[in-house]
Design a protein around this ligand. Structure first.
Ligand SMILES: *[C@@H]1O[C@H](CO)[C@@H](O)[C@H](O)[C@H]1NC(C)=O
Ligand SMILES: *[C@@H]1O[C@H](CO)[C@@H](O)[C@H](O)[C@H]1NC(C)=O
Ligand SMILES: *[C@@H]1O[C@H](CO)[C@@H](O)[C@H](O)[C@H]1NC(C)=O
Ligand SMILES: *[C@@H]1O[C@H](CO)[C@@H](O)[C@H](O)[C@H]1NC(C)=O
Ligand SMILES: [Zn+2]
Length: 520
């Protein structure tokens, strides 16, 4: 009895010891893993690397909302060249002058062929590749909203996705590609062509598609392959690009249909919060010749954003650079070299959406991120930092000040106060100030509606409203004047949209008075 109890005690002590050892090794391992992952996000380690190989740096011109004057775009070219840009991805949408049967795909304000040709010649003069982008599956609203093409929709009530199973759809896409490719080929050799193919929200919904008894992935891949083959047929030397988000979801068993897809995917990611799918990247690596990446210098901070959040845009680019500077696929010794980066600059989230940030006000963000990429490509010595802001202060602040030609050293959030002189500075100030004025007025209106509803305030409130009306008129005329420098005077592409209120705006606008803001 005594013996066995003793033995029991020995066993339980041993068990206890095992448990302690197990538990502490669990703690050690998880602490190690946690600190590793924390390190990755909280400390920016920039090795004094040999320059990263990233042959293409492409800026996206999204003309599907607020298309700028071509003279403005031309004026940007020399600086873009100096900042290391190698190409422009031009998303014409309805701004390309389609002809014949396709004439209704263009807005009546589309650029004409003469001015477009002149613009493209200037672009080539600076040595840029021109990469036209034509949506060929989803985001085809400017096509499918027309009566004569509405019957080609995948869903009768949705104008975004075309049905890939109808022969007429294929013919339509072929005609679009032919018109765009032939126009460009008469001016320049087309090294690259982008077929879009992102965000295809409705696949396999119409009767004809369902009758194929194929998976969504198969239908998607077959259509993309057919489109790629059209491009190759018209222009055999051209490399076809597509956005990767639909590919990212494809399960391994469906990848078979991608085997002879002669296209190169562009992995897009605009937000630090989204995790990179290394599994998808690995599939691309196995199935395609090359992989591109895409970031956003504007158009990723809210559907009705008025100014890009520069810090977030920088984080997006920095994050990509840190990822690719030492990216190795499993089992490979060499760092993988990605084919290029596309800095997207969205003008609208989709055809029917209100405009988001305008190009001129996103110039600081564009230049900043181009400077960052340039440093990585040239292999500059960069100082380790604990976050994006710290990195900016240590490695980019002086360059940005110089490239924006500012009177004093700029920070990420005080560009409007530093007497900068860049291509778009006046619009930047007007938009910044109008954001402040609008939030000031909104704030005060809310106060009035909440606390000053009694009759005794009536006269005072009317006075306030009138003052606000005057302020808004003043603002409108000022804004029209400045906008006319960048946009055609009919302001035709201005779709109404509520301006987004910037973060921190109320605090700032209460610090600076309204009069001060108006007299910037
Ligand atoms: C373009 O749209 C108009 C108005 O709906 C229509 O009358 C015209 O026939 C269309 N043009 C073509 C070429 O389909
Ligand atoms: C094309 O546009 C240019 C400049 O906007 C204009 O001067 C020219 O007359 C237009 N050409 C045609 C054929 O409409
Ligand atoms: C295929 O796509 C449709 C939407 O177009 C969706 O409802 C359906 O769940 C998808 N099927 C699979 C297997 O993902
Ligand atoms: C890092 O590289 C730069 C130029 O490539 C060089 O001037 C610098 O001395 C290097 N720094 C270190 C610490 O190796
Ligand atoms: Zn269909």
């Amino acid at each position: 009895m005594y013996f066995s109890r003793n033995r029991y005690r020995v066993i339980s002590i041993r068990f206890f010891l095992y448990a302690v050892i197990l538990f502490s090794s669990y703690l050690c391992v998880s602490f190690y893993l946690m600190s590793e992952s924390m390190n990755f996000t909280s400390k920016i380690r920039v090795q004094n690397i040999t320059a990263i190989k990233l042959p293409n740096v492409v800026v996206h011109l999204d003309l599907k909302g607020f298309p700028p004057k071509l003279s403005y775009l031309k004026a940007l070219l020399p600086t873009l060249q100096e900042l290391g840009v190698t190409g422009l991805l031009i998303e014409y949408e309805d701004m390309f002058p389609y002809e014949g049967r396709l004439v209704n795909l263009s807005t009546k304000y589309a650029y004409n062929k003469t001015e477009l040709k002149d613009f493209l010649q200037t672009v080539i003069h600076f040595g840029f590749d021109v990469i036209p982008l034509v949506q060929t599956f989803g985001h085809m609203e400017h096509v499918l909203k027309n009566k004569e093409f509405a019957h080609l929709r995948e869903l009768p009530t949705q104008s975004n996705v075309i049905c890939p199973s109808k022969s007429e759809s294929r013919l339509l896409i072929r005609h679009m590609l032919e018109q765009i490719i032939k126009f460009h080929q008469s001016i320049l050799p087309l090294k690259y062509f982008h077929i879009g193919a992102d965000e295809v929200y409705h696949i396999n919904k119409c009767k004809q598609c369902l009758q194929r008894h194929e998976t969504n992935a198969t239908i998607y891949l077959k259509h993309v392959k057919e489109t790629t083959d059209f491009v190759k047929e018209i222009s055999p030397q051209t490399t076809v690009l597509l956005w990767d988000d639909m590919l990212r979801k494809i399960s391994i068993k469906d990848w078979g249909h991608a085997k002879n897809l002669r296209a190169e995917p562009v992995y897009w990611r605009y937000n630090m919060k989204e995790k990179i799918s290394h599994a998808a990247l690995y599939q691309y690596h196995k199935n395609f010749d090359d992989i591109w990446i895409a970031s956003a210098f504007k158009g990723a901070d809210g559907m009705t954003a008025t100014l890009p959040i520069v810090q977030d845009r920088l984080s997006n680019h920095l994050d990509w650079m840190l990822l690719i500077q030492n990216y190795k696929f499993g089992g490979e010794v060499d760092t993988h070299s990605f084919k290029g980066i596309i800095l997207t600059g969205w003008s609208r989230y989709f055809h029917g959406a209100p405009p988001c940030e305008l190009l001129p006000v996103a110039i600081p963000s564009l230049y900043l991120n181009l400077l960052l990429i340039k440093k990585f490509r040239e292999g500059h010595d960069m100082t380790n930092s604990h976050d994006t802001i710290d990195f900016f202060h240590k490695n980019l602040k002086d360059d940005l000040t110089e490239w924006l030609r500012c009177g004093e050293t700029v920070d990420l959030d005080d560009i409007e106060t530093k007497a900068c002189s860049f291509n778009g500075d006046d619009l930047y100030k007007v938009i910044f100030n109008s954001d402040m004025i609008i939030s000031h007025i909104t704030y005060n209106m809310e106060l009035i509606l909440k606390y000053y509803t009694d009759d005794e305030y009536r006269q005072h409130n009317i006075q306030m409203y009138n003052k606000y009306l005057t302020d808004m008129w003043f603002l409108e005329s000022k804004m029209k004047k400045v906008l006319a420098r960048y946009y055609y005077d009919n302001l035709r592409m201005i779709h109404s949209g509520r301006p987004r209120q910037r973060k921190m705006i109320t605090e700032r606008s209460t610090r600076r008075s309204l009069g001060e803001a108006l007299n910037y």
